[in-house]
Design a binder for this molecule. Structure first.
Ligand code: FER
Length: 322
């Protein structure tokens, strides 16, 4: 396998005590496959629970809908401590149980257990919601395309308040101000349509989230597959939204990743290339300013959930390493 050199980053310990103090660049590491050892049942397993929440119905305006997300609770969870949190979103046709399911040893669960038990990753919370209603029957791209731009609002107004009042994060309150004050400890990522959702979250909720991990999916601000068909416009939209947010370049990080054989590569690659032209706000490695955007493509990597988990295996310790 071709090994690519990447430049990781993480928060310093002192940044964790305060908030809003920037993201730091670390020396290079290698992107690799998940070792066999990390696929075994851990002796220190975390657990997966469901977090119920209510949100306005998309299909029935005026009505409130019951939904749930799955949440990974690390081994030894202590409600007197504070935990970093990642919201991770499935691709088209998925659901809240796809990557993490109550009572089940999913691939992501095993990887999280083993990363945390081996002290490569600090204990953290990972939430897998769905942008579909719980009774969804239409998984078509037009249906998903309608729902994903709506999801960042659901996350900020309904999901995160339910999750972060039930489980201990850095949010001292779960209104928008409280989420904004704790944004350095909150990340969002997703695969495929979940990646599209992640770009929408960058556009709509940069005030509440600092780290973005779009995996194998482009930004659709300019319409379906717009990162590929309108890369210049898409990059300009993202740059303008970031600049308008008032969030400093050192206070966010976008880690975009895919595979060279991934069906989303032709959409994501032009977008990321176009983002390089906005050097005032997007700092790629080697540009002189501290890196805040990275694009990485695994040689021969394809479009599937297993690759998404492999990318998380590599990326999460860079951000929340011990
Ligand atoms: C992409 C972003 C999303 C992409 C595909 C999707 C082919 C989603 C497809 C689906 O849910 O069917 O860049 O590239």
């Amino acid at each position: 396998m071709h090994i690519q050199i990447i430049r990781p980053f993480m928060y310093t310990q002192s940044d964790c005590a305060s908030s809003g103090s920037g993201i730091h660049v670390l020396p290079p590491v290698e992107l690799c496959e998940i070792p066999e050892d990390f696929l075994k049942k851990s002796e220190k397993p975390g657990s997966v629970q469901r977090v119920p929440y209510k949100t306005p119905s998309v299909d029935h305006p005026g009505e409130i809908e019951d939904k749930y997300a799955s949440i990974y609770i690390p081994f030894g969870y202590d409600s007197s401590k504070k935990y970093d949190i990642l919201y991770f979103i499935h691709g088209g046709g998925g659901n809240a149980d796809l990557f993490l399911k109550k009572g089940s040893d999913t691939l992501l669960k095993l990887v999280l257990d083993n990363l945390i038990a081996s002290e490569k990753l600090r204990p953290m919370l990972v939430v897998t919601p769905t942008f579909y209603p719980m009774d969804n029957t239409d998984n078509s791209v037009p249906r998903s395309e309608k729902l994903v731009p709506l999801f960042p609002r659901e996350l900020v107004e309904n999901l995160a308040p339910a999750v972060e009042s039930a489980w201990s994060t850095y949010a001292s309150s779960v209104d928008r101000d409280g989420l904004a004050a704790s944004r350095m400890h909150r990340a969002i990522g997703g695969f495929s349509m979940g990646s599209v959702t992640t770009w929408y979250a960058f556009a709509q909720a940069l005030d509440c989230i600092s780290v973005f991990i779009p995996i194998s999916g482009d930004c659709w601000e300019e319409g379906q597959l717009g990162g590929g068909s309108k890369p210049t416009e898409t990059a300009r939209d993202l740059a303008e939204l970031a600049e308008r947010s008032g969030i400093a370049p050192e206070d966010f990080f976008v880690y975009a990743i895919t595979g060279t054989e991934d069906i989303a590569y032709p959409n994501l690659k032009p977008q990321m290339d176009a983002m390089r032209k906005h050097g005032g706000i997007f700092h790629f490695a080697g540009c002189g300013a501290p890196e805040n955007v990275r694009f990485q493509a695994k040689e021969h990597g394809i479009h599937n959930n297993e690759h998404a988990v492999e990318y998380l295996y590599n990326i999460l310790p860079l951000i929340w390493g011990k």
